[in-house]
Design a binder for this molecule. Sequence first.
Ligand SMILES: [Fe+2]
Ligand SMILES: [Fe+2]
Length: 270
Amino acid sequence: MRLLFIGDVVGRVGRAAIAEHVPVLRRDLALDFVVANGENAAGGFGITENIAQEFLNAGVDCITLGNHAFDQREALVFIERAPHVLRPLNYPAGTPGRGAWLYETARGERVLVMNVMGRVFMDAMDDPFAAVEKELAACPLGLACDAAILDIHAEASSEKQALAHFADGRVSLAIGTHTHVPTADWRILPHGAAFQTDAGMTGDYDSVIGMDKEEPIRRFTRKTPGSRFEPAEGQATLCGLFVETGGDGLARKVEALRVGGALAQAIPAF
Ligand SMILES: [Fe+2]
Ligand SMILES: [Fe+2]
């Protein structure tokens, strides 16, 4: 199968990159399944039902979230009727929505997607390792699903790498999100999972992690409350990871993807 994971989509310019590039990538790379992290899609904070629909219209199959999952209050309601939108698995019991779901591609292949949040330098959450273990036990790769994708939404590279190795051999792809900068360590781990510590964001890189530079600089230098964070408005770079799996559901090829905007461009040749 041919999979694409797209990193945190930030604001209007990030959404424009999804609308512009995903239909083309879907066709040119003959993609079977596309996941995008949408936690920053609505003005940098959370996601609305209309924006989720825009993603689906562009050819995204599943939207993962993170610590900003419920910044737009309407997400607390619409997520219940949106199986294509996942919030982290390890929210407390009773949180609206779901953290994992089994999807079916146009060709009838089953794809498990899981979204989990780290705990280092982040809000206190349930144990992400135990949460992932439970899902993997319920839906083993090669038996109950043909591909499995784990979005590790975390601040610390150490925690992301530990979770990825923990899931290696049991998922097709373990990929970090949240820090909004693509790392150069994409590869296939020893037991067959494709991995990248962070997918990077889909947003304007002439910014402070996607936000207009002025207010973050002001807060760092003045230490007093000021205006709101606003997403930067220059052209976005769509950042993602392309993965091809074999018959066992494990990765055979992995390549980083960067299209548009300020970053060096990279489009997989296969
Ligand atoms: Fe984010
Ligand atoms: Fe985040």
